[in-house]
Design a protein around this ligand. Structure first.
Ligand code: FCB
Length: 473
């Protein structure tokens, strides 16, 4: 990477939105995020065993272009170069995830020293560059053996997760203060076990609801274990992907659909985490479908163990309708036909609507309804159809605009009373975007996959300048 050369190639640093960024404190945390399977590659090196994503990538038609994470950004072998990039961009926090099957092959039993050594080196490299490590323990790569034993719908997986969390903490806890248990349990449960569009690709609503509870239980057990093991200050968090759920119209059917979407999207996570109970209306809706959340005595006390930070990821929002294209409100089984509908706003390359106002609304609502825990936005960003010039430089004004408008939304939410303390761009690098494969590029740094060359995009320089400006440098 050569920042000077790229700038000479014509990058113009946007200084728009100065008025907005001037309203953020110099202590605001600026980060960037990645996840293990999306960047590391090296899937069968140093004792790593397959995760559900290695398996899912082999299912014909599951991933665009038949892509896999086998090589990804080859970060496992290029880690120091990638840390140097973070440093050069002046980013103060790096959120990375640990690959469970790399550090505990098969998902149970002793640690794999060679696998843990990678995260040991990464952590030391970050600290030596003055970058704060922010570890996510679970970013979707469940060891395949645990899926074979029932996966997240199986209660035992929660206990396996707590053991794994403790094992990673034992190795990195002397240097890492910030720990996120789970990334986006909604995606694991709903996309992985209900819709089947992510690993492990199951389509079973009841299994998805059981997964929700066991993910939350695993989080709570891990928090208890890490809190007990900590001998220095520790910041324990969970990251949820949250959005708004506004009715498409004021009709009763649409308002009910919005209530249900909010129930299964937000309250089924935040109520047990922060209020030690599942929402009554969600429980009733599930009961009407013959489904019970598999709560054992003591689970809700475990799940609601205090956290220090709430991680929130936001990308887009849609409105909710309880009426289908044929005007029906229920299907032939009598189940609601709820669907999400577009606002009609511009879309990113992945088809997600650009809706920063709803980001502000969501953060404001979370601050109001679930007060008392500071929020860090642990992911936000956008895929666009980047067009590199002959030097590989991408002038991504669209991404700059997206990031700027979403940072402005954070400022609005802060001024409305929500305690948001940091913002992490998704993502440092273009990477393996799950079922979308490598086609959808979210990086502020371009990756040319054939050569693995990294080239910061204009958005990377804009981000660097934004951070410097807020810090008053
Ligand atoms: C989030 C995931 C992250 C990335 C972004 C685009 O849901 O946490 O890994 O894929 O979406």
């Amino acid at each position: 990477m050569d920042i000077t050369a790229a700038k000479a190639a014509g990058a113009r640093i946007s200084t728009r939105h100065d008025d907005v960024i001037d309203r953020l404190p110099s202590s605001f945390r600026w980060g960037t995020a990645t996840s293990a399977y999306q960047i590391e590659g090296a899937v069968d090196e140093d004792g790593r065993t397959p995760s559900i994503w290695d398996t899912f990538c082999r299912v014909p038609g599951a991933i665009a272009n038949g892509d896999t994470g086998d090589l990804a950004c080859d970060h496992y072998h290029r880690m120091p170069e990638d840390v140097a990039l973070i440093r050069e961009l002046g980013i103060d926090t790096y959120r990375y995830s640990v690959s469970w099957p790399r550090v505990q092959p098969g998902g149970s039993g002793p640690a794999n020293a060679a696998g843990l050594a990678f995260y040991d080196r990464l952590t030391d490299e970050l600290l030596s560059q003055d970058i704060e490590p922010w570890v996510t323990l679970y970013h979707w790569d469940l060891p395949q053996e645990l899926e074979d034993a029932g996966g997240w719908p199986n209660r035992d997986t929660a206990y396996r997760f707590a053991d794994y969390a403790e094992l990673v903490y034992a190795r990195l806890g002397d240097r890492v203060q910030h720990w996120t248990t789970l990334n986006e349990p909604w995606c694991t449960a709903m996309l992985g076990y209900v819709q089947g569009v992510q690993a492990p690709g199951r389509r079973d609503f009841e299994a998805g609801i059981h997964a929700v509870h066991h993910l939350l239980l695993g989080h709570g057990l891990a928090v208890e274990r890490l809190r007990a093991a900590a001998t220095r200050p520790v910041d324990l968090a969970i990251t949820l992907n949250l959005s708004t759920a506004k009715p498409a119209t004021d009709s009763e059917a649409d308002r009910e659909a919005a209530r249900r979407a909010d129930g299964l999207g937000t309250r089924i996570y935040l109520d047990p985490l922060r209020r030690a109970s599942y929402p009554q209306d969600v429980v009733a809706d599930l009961a009407a479908r013959g489904i019970e959340i598999p709560v054992h005595d003591g689970d809700l006390a475990t799940i609601s163990a205090p956290i220090d930070t709430l991680g929130v990821n936001y990308y887009f929002s849609m409105r909710q309708s309880g009426v289908d294209e044929h005007g029906r409100t229920a299907d032939s089984d009598g189940l609601p036909v709820d669907r999400a509908v577009l606002y009609g706003l511009p879309l990113t390359a992945i088809g997600w609507e650009i809706m920063p106002d709803d980001f502000a609304d969501m953060l404001t609502r979370i601050g109001r309804d679930y007060p008392g825990v500071p929020i860090v936005v642990t992911e936000n960003g956008a895929a666009f159809a980047d067009k590199p010039d002959e030097t590989g430089f991408v002038r991504d004004d669209d991404r700059v605009e997206y990031l700027a408008s979403h940072i402005a939304a954070i400022v609005a939410a802060r001024e409305a009373g929500t305690d948001v303390r940091g913002y992490f761009v998704w993502s440092l690098l273009d990477n393996f975007e799950w079922a979308y494969g490598y086609d959808k590029r979210f990086g502020i740094v371009r990756v040319d996959y054939p050569t693995q060359q990294r080239t910061p995009k204009q958005s990377a320089y804009w981000y660097r300048d934004t951070i410097q400006r807020v810090r008053g440098q």
